[in-house]
Design a protein around this ligand. Structure first.
Ligand SMILES: N[C@@H](CCC(=O)N[C@@H](CS)C(=O)NCC(=O)O)C(=O)O
Length: 199
């Protein structure tokens, strides 16, 4: 009997990337939704899957893999969502994935955290907003005159950056960035994105 990989996830977190990618691929899989408020990410079983007790984790017969972008790049290998190994386009996919998680994601997380605090520290909010301006403008420029970031078809780069730019849009950071805004609309129109976000 073939066992399909299992994705352990929490809705509307970084696990959504892997959840969304599985929907894009139409790949057979099982989903296990964990509820952190019930301690379900802190169990011994989940700690064996992820040493930091985080999601997502993809588990297959060979073992568990964590880190959302590693899971996405692994699942996309050999599909149109990831250009051929060694190609320039593959390098550009890596470029945007790492750009997303190192230059954008950390700051978005800090800004979102600051905005949730009471009272809000306006100085810190402004500082994170300012730091985000350059990487977000760089993405806006990269998207000028094109629908997708690499090779003008949807790839893992668009999925990772799409998850971040839709988040940036919810934080109202795209007002002056029309290409990024239009990209965010294209991303949100994808049925696989909608399915992954509907949990
Ligand atoms: N760099 C990791 C981040 C994983 C992470 O921080 N996951 C958070 C959700 S965004 C989590 O598991 N939270 C649940 C918990 O802490 O119980 C990735 O991209 O997979």
């Amino acid at each position: 009997m073939t066992t399909h990989p299992t994705l352990y996830y929490v809705p509307k977190t970084r696990a959504t990337r892997a959840r969304w990618l599985l929907e894009e691929l139409g790949a057979p899989h099982q989903l296990v939704r964990l509820d952190p408020s019930k301690g379900e990410t802190k169990t011994d079983a989940h700690t064996r899957r992820h040493p930091l007790q985080h999601v997502p984790v993809l588990e297959s017969a060979e073992g568990a893999v964590f880190e959302s972008c590693a899971i996405c790049l692994h699942l996309a290998a050999g599909t149109p969502l990831l250009p051929p190994d060694g190609s320039y386009e593959r390098a550009l996919v890596y470029q945007w994935v790492f750009f997303g998680v190192t230059e954008v994601e950390q700051l978005l997380g800090k800004l979102a955290g600051e905005r949730r605090k009471e009272p809000v520290d306006a100085g810190r909010v402004e500082s994170f907003t300012k730091k985000l301006a350059r990487p977000l403008a760089a993405l806006d420029a990269a998207l000028a005159g094109r629908d997708w970031l690499v090779g003008n078809r949807f790839t893992v780069a668009d999925l990772v950056i799409g998850a971040l730019l839709t988040w940036a849009e919810r934080l109202e950071l795209l007002a002056a960035l029309p290409n990024a805004r239009a990209f965010s609309q294209r991303v949100k129109a994808r049925p696989a994105y909608q399915k992954a976000m509907a949990d």
